[in-house]
Design a protein around this ligand. Structure first.
Ligand code: ADP
Ligand code: 5GP
Length: 197
């Protein structure tokens, strides 16, 4: 796994729910269509504006568990009570063909990618300007029930403890600013000033 002659790079972006990672990544993808974006598999239900096979592959828990057994996922995790995972074939294709790819996944998944592809992975953590602002953004999106809202904020606090494992920390204050910082990291192949070097 993850060995090839001309190796690609996997840029992993994690952030607590509501920080704005989907928004920032959409902005980056629009301006840089050459970057490949992994489409994850999940057992959660699609949101109103989400499209199957474009935003996620929406599958049943039974299908997901079957895929785990088959070794289909390079990483998978239970996040906010639902399964999420990235396919091995996507990662292998990117690495084998010397491409650059973006994965927008949680901290558990990010650490699995780091373990399996240590030479090819660059981990970026996107931070909200404050916890208060995070709550505001999550509310503004209007996709969560009161119970889910509290669960996502609770998970956020746990996720902050993992930022030490990340190569880069970026604050999503303004969308364009955060996108520009991430673009610099992508362009450098993950070689400019790291958080933990
Ligand atoms: P995530 O993918 O991290 O869960 P989203 O991209 O869905 O978060 O963004 C959550 C909400 O915050 C959305 O309503 C989005 O429009 C808004 N948002 C994203 N980035 C910013 C920003 N820099 N400033 C203000 N609002 C933002
Ligand atoms: P959401 O339900 O808001 O789309 O995503 C919830 C969380 O699951 C986010 O932190 C998101 O990054 C994460 N996530 C999305 N896809 C994957 C994946 O394939 N693997 C893992 N581990 N996490 C994922």
């Amino acid at each position: 796994m993850c060995k090839a002659k001309r190796e690609g790079k996997i840029f992993v972006i994690s952030a607590p729910s509501g920080t704005g990672k989907s928004t920032v990544v959409k902005y980056i993808m629009k301006k840089n269509p050459y970057i490949k974006r992994s489409i994850s598999y999940t057992t959660r239900f699609p949101r109103e504006d989400e499209v199957d096979k474009k935003d996620y592959f929406f599958i049943t828990p039974l299908e997901f568990k079957r895929k785990i057994k088959e070794g289909f996922f390079v990483e998978w995790a239970m996040v906010h009570g639902r399964y999420y995972g990235t396919s091995c074939s996507f990662i292998n294709e990117v690495i084998k063909n010397g491409k650059k790819a973006l994965l927008v996944i949680d901290v558990q998944g990010a650490l699995q990618i780091r373990r399996k592809c240590p030479r090819n992975s660059i981990l970026i953590f996107l931070l909200p300007p404050s916890l208060k602002e995070l709550g505001k953004r999550l509310k503004k999106r209007g996709t969560e029930t009161a119970k889910n809202f509290i669960q996502r904020l609770r998970t956020a606090k746990k996720e902050f403890h993992k930022i030490k494992y990340y190569d880069y920390l970026i604050v999503n204050d303004r969308i364009e600013g955060a996108a520009k910082e991430i673009k610099k990291i992508l362009d450098s192949g993950g070689k400019i000033g790291k958080n933990n070097s």
